[in-house]
Write a protein that binds this ligand. Structure first.
Ligand code: XMP
Length: 315
C-alpha cells in the first residue's frame, strides 16, 4: 500500500541532497504543482520560488484562492500578473492550435524571465507518470497539443527535479491529503485556461463572459449535488460559442451570444460520457446566466456528446 508519509519524507531527503542552489516551480494551483511545491519547499525553504502566472484566463476568484493557499502552506511564492501580455499575443487568433501555441509560448517567456531574475539553477516540475506515458512515444497523431505548467522546455538550461514522476493521480491526492492541501479533490482545469473555452477570438470581454458562465455552472452543479439532486460530474463548465443569434432583451430585438453547458463523467479524461444534468438544474443554470448576463447572452445550450467523438473541452 502507498505510504504518503514515507513518500514525502523520502522526496524531501532526495531534494535536500540534490539541490545545492536556488530552484523555481511554475505553480498553477493544480494538485500536482502544489504538492511538488510543498515538498520542495520543505526541503530547501526560501531557496525555492513558486511562480503563479495570472494569464488573465483563470476562473473567477482563482488567483486569490491560489495566493491564499500558497501563503497558508508557507511556500515562498510570487504572483505574476501577465494578462496584458497574453491578451496581446492572442489578438486576432481564432484557430485553436494557434491559440494553444501562443498561450504556451507566452507562459514560457514569463517563466524564463522569473527564473533568471531569481537566479534559479533547478526547475521543479509536477510531472506525474501518466504525463510521461501520454506524451506519446507511440507516434499517434496529436489531437490537441496539451499545455501543462509542468511541460516547460528542457532548453531552459535548468536541471530538472520531478518528485512525483513515479506517481499516478491517486498517489498525488494521498500525498496532498497528508500534507493538508485542500486542492486534492478539485476538478481538472486545462493549462491554457478559459482560452480554450472561448471559441473565436480571446478578448478580455469574451473571457469575462465565459468566466462568469463557468462560475454559474460550477456553482449550480455543486449546489445541486450537495442537495442530492445529482451526482457531481467529473468535470463541468461552460464555453462561449463564436455565434450570435436573435433574441429579445428589455422588450427589444437583441443579437446575442450563446453559452454551452458541458458536464462529463470520466476517470482519466481519455474517454468521457456526457453527464446527465436534471432538467430543473439546467433550467436554473440557463435562467441565472441570462438573468445575470442578459445584455450579452441570450441563448444557453447543452452539449450531450461523449468523448470520442467529441473532446471534453471545445478546443
Ligand atoms: P480534452 O478536451 O482533450 O481534455 O478531451 C481532456 C482533459 O484534459 C484537460 N485539458 C488539458 N489539461 N493542459 C492540461 O493540463 C491542456 O492543454 C489541456 N487541454 C485539455 C481537459 O480539461 C480534460 O480534463
Amino acid at each position: 500500500m502507498f505510504d504518503a508519509e514515507k513518500f514525502v519524507n523520502d522526496q524531501v531527503k532526495a531534494i535536500k541532497a540534490k539541490v545545492d542552489g536556488k530552484a523555481i516551480i511554475a505553480c498553477s494551483g493544480g494538485v500536482d504543482s502544489v504538492v511538488s511545491a510543498v515538498i520542495a519547499s520543505k526541503a530547501i525553504g526560501d531557496r525555492l520560488l513558486a511562480v503563479y502566472v495570472d494569464t488573465g484566463l483563470m476562473r473567477k476568484g482563482e488567483t486569490e484562492e491560489v495566493r491564499n493557499m500558497l501563503k497558508d502552506l508557507n511556500v515562498n511564492f510570487k504572483v505574476l500578473n501577465a494578462a496584458d501580455e497574453f491578451f496581446g499575443d492572442l489578438k486576432g487568433i481564432t484557430e485553436p492550435e494557434a491559440k494553444r501555441k501562443a498561450i504556451g509560448e507566452r507562459f514560457i517567456r514569463c517563466f524564463e524571465r522569473e527564473a533568471k531574475e531569481f537566479g534559479a539553477k533547478y526547475l521543479v516540475q509536477g510531472t506525474i507518470a501518466p504525463d510521461v506515458i501520454e506524451s506519446g512515444k507511440d507516434g499517434k497523431g496529436v489531437v490537441k497539443s496539451h499545455h501543462n505548467v509542468g511541460g516547460l522546455p528542457a532548453e531552459m538550461g535548468l536541471e530538472l527535479v520531478e518528485p512525483l514522476i513515479e506517481l499516478y493521480k491517486d498517489g498525488v491526492r494521498q500525498a496532498a491529503r497528508y500534507l493538508g492541501i485542500k486542492v486534492s479533490e478539485r476538478q481538472p482545469f486545462p493549462g491554457p485556461g478559459l482560452g480554450v473555452r472561448c471559441l473565436g477570438e480571446v478578448t478580455p470581454e469574451n473571457i469575462s463572459v465565459v468566466r462568469e458562465a463557468c462560475h454559474i455552472v460550477e456553482d449550480e452543479i455543486r449546489k445541486a449535488s450537495s442537495d442530492g439532486e445529482m451526482e457531481l460530474p467529473w468535470q463541468y463548465f461552460a464555453a462561449l460559442l463564436p455565434i450570435r443569434s436573435v433574441g429579445v432583451h428589455n422588450g427589444g430585438r437583441m443579437y446575442g451570444r450563446t453559452v454551452v453547458i458541458r458536464a462529463v463523467l470520466s476517470s482519466d479524461g481519455m474517454t468521457a460520457r456526457c453527464a446527465g444534468i436534471p432538467f430543473v438544474v439546467l433550467d436554473r443554470i440557463s435562467k441565472r446566466i441570462t438573468d445575470e448576463m442578459g445584455d450579452r447572452v441570450n441563448r444557453v445550450v447543452y452539449d450531450v456528446t461523449d468523448k470520442p467523438p467529441a473532446t471534453i473541452e471545445w478546443e
